[in-house]
Design a protein around this ligand. Structure first.
Ligand code: ATP
Length: 141
C-alpha cells in the first residue's frame, strides 16, 4: 500500500464577502451542477460548477452543513476550494428571514403579469430560500 496517502483534505469555502469555512476534513459532499459529488482524500482533480444546495463535510467525526448558492468548486487530491456567490453555515442561517424570502418569492411567482426576467429572479430567490431552510434543519444546538 502506498505510504503517501494524504490523511485529510483541506476545505476552504469563500464568498466575495468572507471566508466561511477553513480547515481539515475527511470527506465532503458538494452540490455540483450534475448532482451531488462525494470527495474523499486523494480524489482526482476536477473543476465543477455549483448549484444551490446543502454542502456537507465531515470533521473530527462530525457532519457539518453549509448552504451554497452558485459558484465553482475546485477539487485537488489534498484540497477542495469552493468559490460561492453566497454561503452560510447551518448555525448562521436566520430561519425567519429565509421564510420571509420564500413567501415573497412564492407571491411574486403567483403574479402572471411579471416579466420573464422577474420570474427567473423569483425562482432563483425561492431556490436560495429553500436551500437555506433545508441546511438550517441541520444546525447544531
Ligand atoms: P434576502 O431577500 O433575505 O436578502 P437573498 O436570497 O436575496 O435573501 P442573497 O442576496 O443571496 O440574499 O444574500 C445576501 C447576503 O445575505 C449574503 O451575505 C448571504 O449570505 C446573506 N443571507 C441571505 N439570507 C440569509 C439568511 N436567511 N440567513 C443568514 N444570512 C443570509
Amino acid at each position: 500500500m502506498a505510504d503517501t496517502l494524504p490523511i485529510g483534505t483541506q476545505l476552504r469555502i469563500v464568498t466575495p464577502e468572507r471566508e466561511v469555512v477553513e480547515g481539515e476534513i475527511s470527506e465532503v459532499s458538494i452540490p455540483g451542477k450534475g448532482g451531488y459529488l462525494g470527495v474523499l482524500p486523494g480524489h482526482a482533480p476536477l473543476l465543477t460548477e455549483l448549484q444551490p444546495g446543502d454542502l456537507t463535510y465531515r470533521q473530527d467525526g462530525l457532519d457539518f452543513h453549509v448552504a451554497i448558492h452558485c459558484g465553482f468548486a475546485e477539487v485537488l487530491p489534498d484540497r477542495v476550494i469552493i468559490l460561492a456567490d453566497a454561503a452560510e453555515r447551518a448555525e448562521e442561517i436566520d430561519v425567519e428571514r429565509a421564510e420571509r424570502a420564500r413567501r415573497r418569492a412564492e407571491e411574486r411567482l403567483k403574479q402572471p403579469s411579471e416579466s420573464e426576467e422577474e420570474m427567473r429572479e423569483a425562482r432563483e430567490a425561492l431556490r436560495r430560500a429553500i436551500c437555506r431552510l433545508e441546511t438550517a434543519r441541520h444546525a447544531k444546538a
